[in-house]
Design a protein around this ligand. Structure first.
Ligand SMILES: Cc1cc2nc3c(=O)[nH]c(=O)nc-3n(C[C@H](O)[C@H](O)[C@H](O)COP(=O)(O)OP(=O)(O)OC[C@H]3O[C@@H](n4cnc5c(N)ncnc54)[C@H](O)[C@@H]3O)c2cc1C
Ligand code: FES
Ligand code: FES
Length: 484
């Protein structure tokens, strides 16, 4: 096992030994390399000021430059990768097109957010040069500016986009990726002192190795670190030993398995390390209703690293993936070094952040049946802001109709209790009933007796109860023409 990190920053190969491996990427860039163009503002993934581009070497194909929030990524997770900071964009003394566009369009005032916007713009240009469709409103939804306003930044984006290919040319030399790909296949075991505390990070390359570490140690599992990185920065989490899954390729796959028996029936099979970007790509093809919720999941910087498995195991009652997974009756594959088992998702949660997951187990796959042709599936997220906001209330409603009757209903609400709730009484109130407003009103009466939402900063209990009623009526009014 290798005991040090190797990564590239702005084209320069770096080796990192000891305690520095446990710094956040932004802390290491600023404090150790002096690359202070990367700003730290919120330190919790919300503002994008710390955005950098990261490419992970692939065994085949060109590495993809993706914007991520460097304040909530641990350095040990980046072994074998290439990081580009705002200092790495300019070439031969001239500004890169994204930087020049910000100057020309007056996209900066105090300048604190500017490097992050520049890197997000560079990420958008990289996406465009890969042939991906580009919507700047979505692409920049992970960045905040408090003084310029966004109009001039969007103008800069439109201007930068006309020269999007510069980024592929700027980073055309992918010779680092050959060594990087080999490094990512190796396991790491790193130890060092950080602030007087002896730390360890084990980064296995296979599931078997990860399960052995799980059995033998109490290491804290980390995947994308978008939940844990925030806790770390707030000082609420100080594990001495990390078990980093991010290089276990076996846990990353995502595919749609067609049913052999019935046309149109299929199951999404995902490794827990499937990111929200991966999920979006598959759902765009096969589960269109999930797209709006996935596009509102964090910003691009979060979606490129945050994982499905992390969202499930973090177990927040307002996790945005959970109502969908509940309503589609997803099942979870859990494995230890000695056994595997499969549990329905709604029996995985025993109470607030209490899971049916043993200390030696890992989540190893997620199987979610996809809606059949003709099914109604509606996901509704309510939050104070449209972009990058924590949900007040989440819901998924999956109906199968037979003529103008509801044959079956699967409903899950989030933000209404200590866990996401499968609304079985509400489902029973709908099943077998005519598809009428009266049916949905009566189901609403049942729903408000099935949940006990809290009042908190995001909304009162009464508001959430009203949402529970309203979301049912919303589905009725949206779908009545189709069903009637
Ligand atoms: C700015 C910002 C915006 C966000 N927006 C949203 C949003 O819109 N909707 C939403 O639902 N969430 C949101 N989140 C929360 C977070 O991004 C998600 O929950 C994400 O999916 C977590 O995945 P991760 O890989 O980063 O998890 P990590 O932080 O790496 O881990 C989360 C938990 O899962 C455990 N874990 C991870 N993988 C496994 C495994 N395979 N087996 C066992 N345990 C495992 C870890 O030990 C940890 O307890 C946001 C977070 C930030 C910082
Ligand atoms: S500093 Fe705000 S997202 Fe990193
Ligand atoms: S220019 Fe000041 S915060 Fe954006």
């Amino acid at each position: 096992m290798r005991e040090h990190l190797i990564l590239w920053v702005n084209g320069i190969r770096r080796e990192v030994r000891g305690g520095d491996a446990f710094l956040t990427l932004s802390g290491w860039l600023r404090d150790r390399l002096g690359l202070v163009g990367t700003k730290i503002m919120c330190a919790e993934g919300d503002c994008g000021a710390c955005t950098v581009l990261v490419a992970e070497p692939a065994d085949s194909g060109t590495p993809r430059w993706l914007p991520i929030d460097s304040c909530i990524r641990f350095l040990f997770q980046l072994d074998g990768c290439h990081v580009v900071t705002v200092e790495g964009l300019a070439k031969d003394g001239g500004l890169a097109p994204v930087q020049q566009a910000m100057v020309d369009c007056h996209g900066s005032q105090c300048g604190f957010c500017t490097p992050g916007f520049v890197m997000a713009l560079a990420g958008g240009c990289a996406a465009k040069s890969r042939g991906e469709s580009l919507d700047w409103r979505k692409e920049l939804s992970g960045n905040l500016c408090r003084c310029t306003g966004y109009v001039s930044i969007f103008e800069a984006a439109a201007r930068a986009e006309t020269e999007a290919t510069w980024i592929a040319e700027r980073f055309a030399d992918a010779s680092w990726a050959v060594e990087g790909a080999r490094l990512r296949r190796e396991s790491l075991d790193i130890r060092g002192d950080l602030d007087g505390v002896t730390m360890r990070a084990t980064c296995p390359a296979t599931v078997a190795e990860a399960l052995a570490v799980r059995r033998e140690t109490d290491a804290r599992v980390v995947a994308g670190a978008t939940d844990l990185g925030v806790l770390w920065n707030k000082g609420k989490l100080r594990p001495r030993h990390w078990l980093d899954l991010s290089r276990v390729v076996e846990l990353r796959g995502i595919l749609v398995e067609e049913s052999a028996g019935a046309v149109g029936l299929a199951t999404l099979v995902a490794g827990p390390l499937a990111t929200w970007t991966d999920m979006l790509a598959v759902c765009s093809e096969r589960c269109g209703e999930a797209v709006a919720v996935l596009e509102a999941f964090g910003g691009p910087q979060i979606r490129h690293v945050g994982t499905l498995g992390g969202n499930i195991v973090n177990g927040s009652p307002i996790a945005d993936s959970l109502p969908l997974l509940f309503a589609m009756e997803a099942t979870l594959g859990l494995a230890s070094a000695t056994a595997t088992r499969r549990v329905p998702i709604d029996s995985f949660y025993k109470g607030y952040k209490q899971l049916d997951l043993a200390a030696d187990e890992l989540l190893v796959d997620v199987r979610m049946p996809l809606p059949a042709p003709g099914d109604i599936l509606r996901l509704v997220k309510v939050s104070r802001r449209r972009d990058l906001d924590i949900s007040t209330f989440t819901s998924a409603i999956h109906l199968r109709c037979d003529g103008d009757r509801i044959a079956s209903a699967r409903i899950a609400f989030g933000g209404v209790g200590p866990t996401v709730v499968r609304m079985r009484h509400t489902e029973a109130a709908l099943a077998g009933q005519p598809f009428t407003e009266e049916t949905f009103r009566r189901a609403g009466d049942v729903a408000v007796n099935e949940i006990r939402p809290l009042t908190d900063v995001r909304g009162s209990s009464e508001y959430r109860l009203q949402l529970a009623r309203n979301v049912l009526l919303k589905v009725f009014h949206e779908q009545r023409v189709a069903v009637g």
